[in-house]
Design a protein around this ligand. Structure first.
Ligand code: ATP
Ligand code: MG
Length: 641
């Protein structure tokens, strides 16, 4: 589509993204599962358990549930109570009985350029064998297994094999340090750990095994370590404790047939930690039954995926995004997924675009941090690749700055692909507020709640706010993929999420709804900046900065100010070709003043060379704040160095 048509699509004022509406193409609407999002939503919330029950009917169960939603022990809500299932029944077992047995489940490329593929048949066979290996090591239903790996096919095999035998996996992102890994092993009390000899990242091998060895010295609960050989890295193998994956897989015990454990719908599937953006990470638990229903429906409807598509979620399996939308949901839907081992900017900032063209990816899902990072290098990089196979784009992790949204829409999606901005959390398990492709889009807004989800913005008293008034983002009805609790800490679960408003889930984000009912996440509750009584979200100030041509990324925090209560301090990373100067700082202040209001004008602008981020790429404002105030930085286990 030409830029002219694009401009015509933007209704009204470009300055305010709120009035910049992207109406979906008729072709997109026609192809969409949900052609009229408002009508579909209205129907879904007439009887919420009935809606989710209808979604659950589309999956396989060993035995159907007795009750869809049990709220007798609220806020410990349980879904599909009495039902018997296993997520692997839906992710693999049912597919290998059909033509999908021959379909590719996974296409994988390593950073050095090597590649592998696995059909559903091959993946199932590998999972069966490995599940028997784990059983042979004495792993039983309910045991915790820690997985510490990079993005290679075996991480999927390891997760699925655990699920198959009813063991609870605890995946620790492969970028974590020995201390963070040790703490998580300790927390989970895992006797078995699965890792690899190393993984490729930016032209180097990261030696995961040495980190594992150090972590186990801290937390000696681990008795057995299984090591996948990936990088031909010379690693220390401790006799009696460490075993090569390929050795175990060639033993007679690694039989190709394996019974899938029949699980209660309410049995745990995995535990996983939040990103630690706002404090010490929380170890959350998700269950087999409701979780599979939530993730499968959300992926299907939000991205309009079908059998002919090639899905690429470029997150890491070590985060909830990877658990739900790399491993489990795509397999449940019988899709072909693509996984890439390395970094997006290696060897050049077009590696992702090159891969999309090479494999004909149709759906691509990433995070604002990655988009901003690649935007820094300019549009020439995506422009040199044929991205015509793309149909739908997605984003998750932070509020996407409208400028980054436009760049993504224009240069990656070529003014053709809807950008599905999915608001959700490790806790929610699945998308909560998200467009479906037939919904009109506004850059920077996750639009409206997914069918069956009741989200709202409320004030201190729990009353819904007026249009455009900032407040607390809450969920007012339980949903199937919701967390079961915080591992080993029921009180923290109740207090953190259900303590402020009775019966209402507090997300911890500040947001507002506009006159069209579209949600705008404006930052974390704790980060809201109060200038002379005016409350400002960090995302609003940061997005205003990012809309300046010199700025690639920005972080804003409030610091004590004698006159105004709080003053606004901003850390800014510049795009390639721009230099820091006092004049630029003044220009940026003026720019924010014009974009938002004089109240939002930053008091100080700093030009650092990096921003403190979590290893999942989120800006850690609490670290900036602690540093500025000379205070202790708190739990920085998830801080990227
Ligand atoms: P912690 O809970 O430990 O502080 P975290 O909240 O960053 O870490 P995650 O569960 O990974 O841990 O992230 C969920 C949060 O990410 C949400 O609460 C929200 O602040 C932010 N987020 C995710 N997706 C979006 C989105 N599409 N738009 C705006 N914010 C988003
Ligand atoms: Mg959180």
């Amino acid at each position: 589509m030409s830029d002219l048509v694009l401009e015509a699509r933007r209704v009204a004022d470009i300055e305010e993204a709120e009035h910049e509406v992207y109406v979906p193409d008729p072709g997109v609407v026609e192809h969409s599962y949900i052609k009229d999002p408002d009508a579909f939503y209205a129907e879904s919330v007439k009887d919420i358990p009935a809606f989710w029950e209808s979604q659950a009917e589309g999956l396989d169960w060993y035995k159907k549930w007795d009750r869809v939603l049990d709220d007798s022990r609220a806020p410990f809500y349980r879904w599909f109570v009495g039902g018997k299932t296993n997520i692997v029944l839906n992710a693999l077992d049912r597919h290998v009985k059909t033509w999908r047995k021959n379909k590719l489940a996974l296409i994988w490329e390593g950073e050095p350029g090597d590649s592998r593929t696995m059909s559903y048949y091959a993946l199932n066979r590998e999972v069966n064998k490995f599940s028997n290996v784990l059983r042979g090591m004495g792993v039983k239903k309910g045991d915790r297994v820690t997985i510490y790996m990079g993005r290679i096919p075996e991480i999927m095999v390891a997760m699925l094999a655990c699920a198959k035998i009813g063991a609870i996996h605890s995946v620790v992102f492969g970028g974590f340090s020995e201390n963070a890994l040790g703490d998580r092993i300790e927390d989970a009390q895992s006797r078995v750990l699965i890792t690899q000899d190393g993984n490729w990242l930016r032209g180097k091998v990261i030696d995961l095994k040495t980190i594992v060895d150090a972590a186990i010295r801290r937390s000696p609960v681990v008795e057995k370590v299984i090591v996948v050989q990936r990088a031909n890295n010379a690693v220390n193998m401790e006799a009696g404790r460490d075993f090569w994956y390929h050795d175990l897989m060639s033993l007679p015990i690694a039989m190709t047939s394996s019974e899938t454990e029949v699980m209660e719908a309410t049995d745990p599937l995995y535990m996983l930690y939040t990103s630690g953006s706002t404090g010490k990470p929380k170890g959350l638990v998700h269950l087999h039954g409701g979780y599979q229903v939530g993730i499968a429906s959300t992926l299907k409807y939000a991205f309009d995926v079908s059998d002919e598509d090639r899905w690429w979620c470029a997150a890491d399996p070590g985060w909830v995004t990877g658990h739900s939308y790399i491993v489990y949901a795509p397999l449940i839907l019988g899709l072909t997924s693509f996984m890439y081992e390395g970094a997006p900017n290696f060897p050049y900032p077009d590696r992702w675009w090159q891969l999309i063209a090479k494999y004909g990816i149709s759906h691509f899902y990433t995070a604002p941090t990655a988009i901003r990072g690649l935007m820094r290098f300019g549009p020439a990089w995506p422009k040199r690749h044929d991205l015509s196979t793309l149909k739908v784009l997605g984003t998750v992790g932070e509020p996407i700055n409208p400028e980054a949204w436009r760049w993504y829409y224009r240069y990656v999606g070529q003014n053709r692909c809807p950008v599905i901005d999915t608001w959700w959390q490790t806790e929610t398990g699945a998308f909560m507020i998200t467009p479906t492709p037939a919904r009109a889009l506004k850059p920077g807004s996750a639009t409206r709640p997914f069918p069956g989800i009741v989200a709202d913005v409320v004030d201190e008293n729990g009353e819904s706010t007026e249009a455009d008034q900032e407040g607390f983002l809450v969920i007012k009805h339980p949903w199937p993929a919701m967390l079961a609790g915080i591992y080993g800490d029921p009180d923290r679960y109740v207090n953190t999420y259900w303590g402020k408003f009775p019966g209402v889930y507090l997300a911890g984000d500040a947001a507002r709804k506009d006159a069209d009912g579209y949600f705008w996440v404006i930052g974390r509750i704790d980060d809201v900046i109060n200038v002379s009584g005016h409350r400002l979200g960090t995302a609003e100030i940061e997005s205003a900065l990012v809309s300046h041509p010199a700025v690639a990324e920005a972080a804003a925090i409030g610091l004590p100010d004698e006159v105004k209560g709080q003053g606004i301090h901003c850390w800014v990373l510049l795009r390639n070709g721009y230099q820091a100067s006092d004049a630029l700082a003044e220009d940026l202040k003026l720019h924010v003043r014009r974009e938002i209001s004089p109240i939002a004008s930053p008091d100080k602008i700093y030009f650092p060379s990096t921003l403190p981020k979590t290893r999942s790429g989120k800006i850690m404002r609490r670290v900036l704040k602690a540093r500025a105030l000379g205070m202790a930085e708190g739990d920085v286990s998830t801080l990227e160095e």
